[in-house]
Design a protein around this ligand. Structure first.
Ligand SMILES: [Zn+2]
Length: 154
């Protein structure tokens, strides 16, 4: 029995509308924190976190936290057993890099490796390591998760 080190996914923190206004800064530093570039980053972060839809996905077998609704890139994917999501990030998994393989899919060939729940070793889906065509390169480093293997939790 190995050591179980799980990361638990927290409800997202919210930035206030003007997070820099309470900080007493002067000169160049002040113009930096109030520059449009910084503001754009903050605005994007607020947009990215969707409070009304934030739910945690856990392994259906052992309820280890895996990912959240904020990490969904697309709901429009399929795997052998049915519906799947393309996810930006997943925690508490094992990437089986020693068994990576080329797989032919509808959109082309990909170098992928399967991913497992790190606690119960259930196969959850796969990770795209390399895409054959350039227009599919956005999937590289992203994950497919089988909806039959996960459950929503709080
Ligand atoms: Zn599990």
């Amino acid at each position: 029995m190995g050591i179980r080190t799980s990361f638990y996914i927290d409800y997202p923190m919210f930035l206030s509308a003007a997070p820099c206004d309470n900080v007493s800064v002067s000169g160049d530093m002040y113009s930096l924190v109030h520059s449009n570039r910084i503001k754009a980053v903050i605005d994007r972060k607020i947009e990215y976190i969707d409070a009304t839809n934030f739910r945690i996905f856990a392994c259906r077998n052992c309820l280890t936290h895996l990912t959240s609704t904020n990490e969904i890139i697309s709901r429009n994917y399929r795997c052998e057993s049915g519906k799947a999501f393309l996810m930006n990030n997943i925690t508490n998994i094992i990437e089986d890099l020693s068994n990576c393989e080329l797989r032919s899919m509808i959109t082309g060939e990909y170098l992928v490796c399967d991913i497992y729940c790190h606690f119960c070793r259930t196969t959850l889906g796969w990770k795209y390591l390399k895409a054959d065509s350039k227009d599919q390169a956005f999937k590289e480093g992203k994950f497919i998760i089988d909806l039959k293997k996960i459950t929503l939790t709080t």
